[in-house]
Design a protein around this ligand. Structure first.
Ligand SMILES: [Zn+2]
Ligand SMILES: [Zn+2]
Length: 334
């Protein structure tokens, strides 16, 4: 069933307080100053860690979009761990739930529960603190990944110390803390903005969108409607102009023999379920359906389930209404 703002969990103070306080730490730059070395460290740290999140936590661990040997797999999980977004098994398990239950009450960060819920709300509550080991069984069998997941503070602290050694106190405040806060929100805009801003190319049953703005800050994760249409592939920018540097780096990894079986979007998939070809786009009406569910819960929920099933069927074939079908008026979406 579709999620609504009523499905939000309350704020967990133990979880949210350190997260909120960390946002203020970069202000200590007033005392440490901002050195050129620290600014370069901030940018490099953002880009490298963003790659570890997009290429590692997301495309590799959540979606198995390519293959790696056991050592590079550990390196990627460790690098992703420096982003302070909890352990790799926690991250990938919850992300799999996002795809499995997109926009429903079981989606951890459903945009139907509101923009800020999808952005940070779900992290600030206590409901999603545990790792869903069942959802990520394939990688949970590696003891080194389980260890990393249970000691998720280790890579974060190591990077904080390394940043201080490289560029002094300014390196810690700007090179580590500011970079980490920017990296958090850079990652979170995929869950929030990429479900409300941009264009829809494919008729998916969720609200995902393609956004060049989000792609720029996330090294290619902004082509989110492409991604929800075909989550298993390593490439999210399906067209040559769709900025996807994560994929380019993975291509280089493949040339060097580190990355294997890089999954591509087949032509048939790229050409299927396109809205411009007349496929019914129920995802477009999600927001309005959720509002309807809030006013007449039982009847509307039933109708929504029927429409969602209809949208899923529409993915397999076009829906063409017979000439004699009664006309149905939809309110123009705002
Ligand atoms: Zn999504
Ligand atoms: Zn995904």
């Amino acid at each position: 069933m579709l999620a609504t703002p009523r499905d939000r969990h309350p704020l967990g103070y133990g979880t949210s307080t350190p997260f909120i306080l960390l946002h203020f730490l970069p202000l200590l730059a007033i005392f440490t100053g901002v050195t050129q070395k620290a600014v370069i460290l901030c940018v490099v740290s953002y880009v490298v860690r963003m790659f570890a999140i997009t290429g590692g936590y997301h495309r590799y661990f959540s979606h198995r979009a390519f293959k790696l040997g056991r050592f590079p797999q550990f390196v990627l999980a460790f690098l992703g761990g420096t982003a302070a977004q909890k352990g790799v098994l926690w991250w990938a398990g919850h992300h799999r739930d996002h795809h499995r239950y997109s926009d429903t009450a079981r989606d951890p960060h459903s945009p139907q529960k509101g923009f800020w819920w999808a952005h940070v709300g779900w992290i600030l509550c206590d409901a999603y603190g545990e790792t869903d080991y069942e959802a990520i069984e394939d990688y949970s069998r590696f003891p080194e990944l389980r260890w990393l997941n249970e000691h998720d503070w280790v890579p974060v602290w190591l990077l904080a110390v390394a940043s201080t050694l490289i560029a002094g106190w300014s390196g810690l405040i700007i090179g580590f803390f500011l970079s980490t806060v920017l990296l958090w929100h850079g990652t979170f805009i995929v869950n929030s903005l990429a479900h409300v801003m941009g264009k829809r190319r494919y008729a998916t049953s969720d609200t995902s969108r393609n956004s060049a703005f989000v792609a720029f800050f996330t090294l290619g994760e902004g082509w989110h409607n492409n991604h929800h249409h075909y989550p298993a592939c390593a490439r999210q920018g399906f067209r040559w102009w769709e900025f996807d540097p994560t994929y380019w780096v993975l291509r280089i990894g493949a040339m060097l023999g580190i990355v294997k079986e890089l999954r591509q979007p087949p032509l048939a998939v790229r050409e299927s379920k396109r809205i411009r070809d007349g496929h019914l786009d129920v995802g477009r009406f999600r927001r309005h359906l959720a509002a309807a569910a809030a006013t007449a819960p039982a009847e509307a929920a039933e109708l929504i389930d029927q429409l969602t099933a209809m949208a899923e069927r529409a993915g397999k074939r076009k829906i063409t209404l017979p000439e004699s079908a009664p006309s149905v008026a939809f309110g123009a979406p705002s």
